[in-house]
Write a protein that binds this ligand. Structure first.
Ligand code: FAD
Length: 529
């Protein structure tokens, strides 16, 4: 027999296994010694709205019955060594999940990835952090697992497609992610565990007969009479396939430039740009959990999500927190020398002393009149110009420009900066010289408003570190809504975040699966799936 209970628990009961079992059985009116019982959590979310933090838990109690597997979806990866082949450019979540789906459907994927495998990639990340050397093919955005590998591994998405999300999470669990990601309302994996998961995803692809070519940058497309036949790599190799899934991410500027040069339709896309904000995690915990000293031994590091509408020169734009990393680190996420970009990541335990979050302003194309001459690449050139400015102001290394929050609002260069998780170091500057006026004014307004919403947030005990500019793609590669094929180039499937159809690990993975399905049904199997 199975019983399902909805419980409101103290953090100690929700996060300590022994206490949880005791509390759940007590609420169910079962004495532990009475029966053979097994108790587990099915869903868990924190409710910190009241003075006392509670945790809502859906508990499952199995009485004289073995618990069923949490994995509900049947997935089989057959051998595809000799099957028809599709090309996938990019081994980020979109590319890897496209490959896995192709294998499930009996088609051989060939992934072409400019970066290195997760292990070799680590050395290049160390070089950025310690020596300020940016390898344009191997960095926090490029390499196996894509931009999501050295990240926080947050796995939530705004998508409402519950079944598809569950599928992605279950595939991650089958490849080494903890089952907790199926339980937590806001699941995350953590940067220390993601490389293991990515390695296992690769092993499944290779073990089923798929191919992955690392260190191979796509430099040209083979297009014949408006149909893509394959790609040309930097080594001059021509690789052919039945269609191409282009999943190169939001930072592949050379791909956007290549498409534009080849007169393949692309469009400028609004995106968001700002800074990363760093507070101590303890300060954020005290605000969010209403605690006086610290969050105690049970609660996870707290997060926040903020949004504020600002008005400047008659235009309304949102300022919002983005990719918050509780207990995390700020990392240098540039993809080329001569630019400075920051982003955030966290280990699975989220136990660093720092809380960081992107704080960005929505940028519309009408905000960028001086960049219109770049046509579809207008927003991309604007983004690059701010990154160059940040690099210059930081001292032309990966040292990042920074300013304390209240000083920024008061337009005062900080006399000293705070301790930081950003390894390459910080330089005190006036951030309003790094950022365009329409961004810095809105940020200043928003910080004051956020201080009202979260008492203690607006403080000089926090600092702005710039710039957070790779929030989403500044270019859209269009595609048909139904077939997902590029409207002008047959066989080309713009996919994932770089094409403008995903934002985050899970949504990119879901988009990869969808593109593989459509490509295969249109060009190989010609039956619906
Ligand atoms: P990407 O992951 O960008 O992958 C694109 C791949 O294409 C790269 O591996 C790149 O090397 C390759 N490529 C590019 N050009 C070429 C070429 N010419 N030839 C061959 N290969 C090429 N999202 C979340 O959901 N949760 C998080 O916690 C989170 N944290 C993040 C932290 C950091 C530091 C960063 C940078 C991003 C984070 N994101 C997070 C965003 C997330 O990583 C992306 O949304 C996601 O990875 C997009 O997937 P994708 O497959 O579309 O593209």
């Amino acid at each position: 027999m199975k019983k399902i209970l909805q419980l409101q628990l103290d953090p100690s009961e929700a996060y300590d296994e022994v206490q949880f079992e005791k509390a759940a059985l007590q609420k169910a009116g079962i004495r532990p010694s009475e029966d053979e019982v097994f108790v587990r959590q099915n869903r868990r979310s924190i409710d910190a709205r009241g003075r006392k933090v509670r945790v809502n838990v859906e508990a499952e109690i199995f009485i004289k019955e073995s618990p069923d597997s949490r994995l509900q979806i049947d997935i089989d990866y057959p051998q595809v060594e000799n099957a028809e082949r599709i090309l996938i450019v990019g081994a980020g979540p979109a590319g890897m999940f496209a490959a896995l789906r192709a294998i499930e459907l009996g088609v051989k994927p060939i992934i072409i990835e400019r970066g290195k495998d997760v292990r070799a990639r680590r050395r290049d990340l160390a070089a950025i952090n310690k020596e300020h050397i940016v390898n344009p093919d191997s960095n926090y955005c490029f390499g196996e697992g894509g931009a999501g590998t050295y990240s926080d591994g947050k796995l939530y998405t705004r998508s409402k497609k519950r079944g598809d999300i569950r599928r992605i999470l279950e595939i991650l669990v089958r490849h080494g992610a903890t089952e907790e990601i199926l339980v937590d309302a806001h699941p995350h994996i953590g940067t220390n565990k993601l490389p293991v998961v990515v390695t296992k995803l690769r092993e499944t692809i290779l073990g089923s007969g798929g191919e992955i070519h690392f260190g191979t940058r796509v430099e040209d497309f083979i297009i014949d009479q408006s149909e893509i036949k394959g790609v040309i790599t930097q080594h001059g190799d021509r690789i052919l396939g039945e269609g191409v899934i282009l999943a190169t991410g939001h930072s592949a500027r050379d791909i956007f430039e290549l498409l534009h040069a080849k007169k393949v339709l692309i469009e400028p896309k609004p995106f968001a740009l700002g800074v990363r904000i760093e507070h101590s995690q303890n300060l954020i915990d005290r605000i969010q959990y209403h605690c006086e000293i610290d969050r105690g031994p049970y609660l996870p590091a707290s997060s926040y999500s903020l949004v504020h509408q600002t008005h400047f020169k008659g235009k309304q734009r949102g300022v919002f927190s983005f990719c918050m990393c509780p207990g995390g680190f700020i990392v240098p996420a540039a993809t080329a020398p001569g630019e400075l970009v920051v982003n955030g990541m966290s280990p699975s335990r989220r136990d660093s002393r720092f809380a960081n979050s992107g704080m960005v302003v929505a940028v519309e194309l009408e905000d960028l009149p001086e960049f219109q001459k770049f046509g579809p690449l207008a927003a991309m050139h604007f983004q690059a110009s701010v990154e160059r400015k940040a690099w210059e102001m930081g001292g032309k290394t990966q040292v990042a420009p920074a300013q304390r929050m209240v000083d920024f609002v008061n337009k005062k260069v900080s006399n000293s900066l705070l301790d930081t998780s950003y390894q390459p170091g910080l330089e005190a500057v006036d951030m309003s010289e790094v950022l365009p006026d329409f961004i810095s004014r809105r940020l200043a307004d928003a910080f004051k408003a956020f201080g009202q919403k979260m008492r203690g947030y607006f403080t000089n005990e926090s600092q702005l570190i710039g710039v957070e500019s790779r929030t989403s793609s500044p270019v859209r590669i269009p595609r048909d809504r139904e077939s997902l094929e590029h409207p002008e180039i047959k066989g080309l499937y713009p996919c994932g975040e770089g094409a403008g159809f995903a934002g985050g690990i899970v949504s990119a993975a879901m988009d990869g699966e969808r593109c593989a399905e459509r490509l295969i049904t249109s060009h190989i199997k010609r039956t619906s799936i």
